[in-house]
Design a protein around this ligand. Sequence first.
Ligand code: 5GP
Ligand code: ZN
Length: 117
Amino acid sequence: MAGEPQDDCLFCRIVEGHVPATIVRETETTVAFRDINPQAPTHVLVIPKAHYPDAAALAAAEPTLAADVLREARSVADEDKLESYRIVFNTGAGAGQTVWHAHAHVLGGRGLQWPPG
Ligand code: 5GP
Ligand code: ZN
């Protein structure tokens, strides 16, 4: 069923506490944790606890939950006192998506180039 935990999903396993992560924020519906391979001084992943394969699927199925993820991304940036930051949803392998559980990257703490390349 849509949103149900998947045994073979790394981020579902983090939600369940079966894989360790440096969690910075948690709500009833979301978890935010530091990326294992940070690309900036702040590099936090915000995920819905429910499993959706990417941000588009999440937004289509549960727009309120998608909004929760965005709100939490803002809270992560506020906690790290970031004036400027970037929220990224890599969607599809060609855009760099490697984990098929919707997640927002929150990046900041250094200058960020645009376009990103
Ligand atoms: P994507 O490439 O799918 O947009 O982002 C997946 C992110 O998950 C990557 O930035 C990668 O470094 C991060 N990641 C992969 N495995 C782990 C892990 O076990 N723990 C944490 N905290 N991050 C991970
Ligand atoms: Zn999952």
